[in-house]
Write a protein that binds this ligand. Structure first.
Ligand code: SF4
Length: 283
């Protein structure tokens, strides 16, 4: 279930940068997260309310009884450590939550935060999701990521040393990147030591009201077709070590904001195409 911790992002508030990553929407790349309601009073009541809201949405489609608490939007380790400890402890101790998953940036995992995540990891598994998107610093500068690859390497090493499960996000189709550039990012992750636990791969999505949208309108760039994207992902998957868990293979942008690529709305078709291509590669 997608939840919100109420954190902001240092790449939007001026601490690291302003305006954020150019593809990032108003919702902090977490449009499906339950809403954070500051006016609910107690932090714990706020969290329980979000979880119940998310559960009722999921239960409308499945009979799931156990859930991953996924704090998705914005930067969920950017804030007061004691407040975050209270929030995440509350989440992880619930009987219906089996895993705590925290989306963040590599420049927001200082020693105090890692100690807190390590403590929580003694209760139930904690996953840390790092939004890398690309290993190429020139691309990262062009979309205003606000940190370089060395920062990622350092954070990754410290998170793994703390015994945490690390999942890394990549975006395919960033402007200026060739197919070789994108596969180089995958190869880099495939060769990490200690070994990467999981990966989320998605196609670039152009969302309304983002800086990326403005530049796309002024100077349109190539958007991969479904065929191109699924070919690329099939090739990328073949590069990963056997035990790397693939948590996501396509973007999941909100229908009302998505400008391109519209084919990504047909999730089932993309997954079917990927399944067919992956099977034929493994044969
Ligand atoms: S780090 Fe995440 S929340 Fe912050 S601007 Fe980039 S995508 Fe958005």
């Amino acid at each position: 279930m997608s939840l919100s911790s109420g954190c902001g992002c240092p790449n939007r508030d001026g601490t690291v940068g302003t305006g954020g990553c150019t593809f990032c929407s108003e919702g902090g790349s977490g449009e499906f997260a339950a809403r954070f309601r500051n006016d609910d009073g107690l932090l714990t009541r706020m969290l329980d309310g979000q979880i119940e809201e998310a559960k009722s949405k999921i239960r409308a489609k499945t009979d799931a009884r156990k859930f991953i608490a996924y704090f998705q939007s914005f930067t969920n380790t950017y804030g007061d450590v004691d407040r975050l400890r209270e929030l995440y402890t509350r989440a992880i101790k619930r009987d219906d939550i089996v895993i705590l998953s925290i989306g963040t940036r590599p420049d927001c995992v200082g020693p105090e935060i890692i100690d807190m995540l390590k403590e929580l990891n003694q209760i139930k598994p904690v996953w840390v999701e790092l939004g890398l998107q690309t290993i190429h610093d020139r691309t990262a500068r062009s979309f205003n990521r606000g940190y370089d690859l060395d920062c990622f390497k350092d954070a990754y090493r410290r998170l793994k040393e703390a015994g945490l499960t690390v999942i890394v996000h990549l975006i395919m189709g960033l402007p200026g990147e060739s197919k070789e550039d994108m596969l180089e990012s995958v190869k880099f992750l495939a060769g990490l030591d200690p070994k990467l636990d999981g990966i989320k791969i998605q196609n670039l999505q152009i969302l309304k009201s983002t800086k990326m949208y403005e530049s796309f309108v002024q100077e349109p760039f190539h958007i991969m077709s479904m065929e191109e994207y699924t070919d690329l992902v099939a090739e990328a998957l073949a590069l990963l070590p056997d035990k790397t868990v693939v948590h996501r293979m396509q973007g999941d942008g909100p229908r009302k904001l998505l400008v391109e690529p519209l084919w990504s709305l047909d999730k089932k078709r993309v997954l079917n195409m990927l399944t067919a291509k992956t099977k034929s590669m493994l044969r």
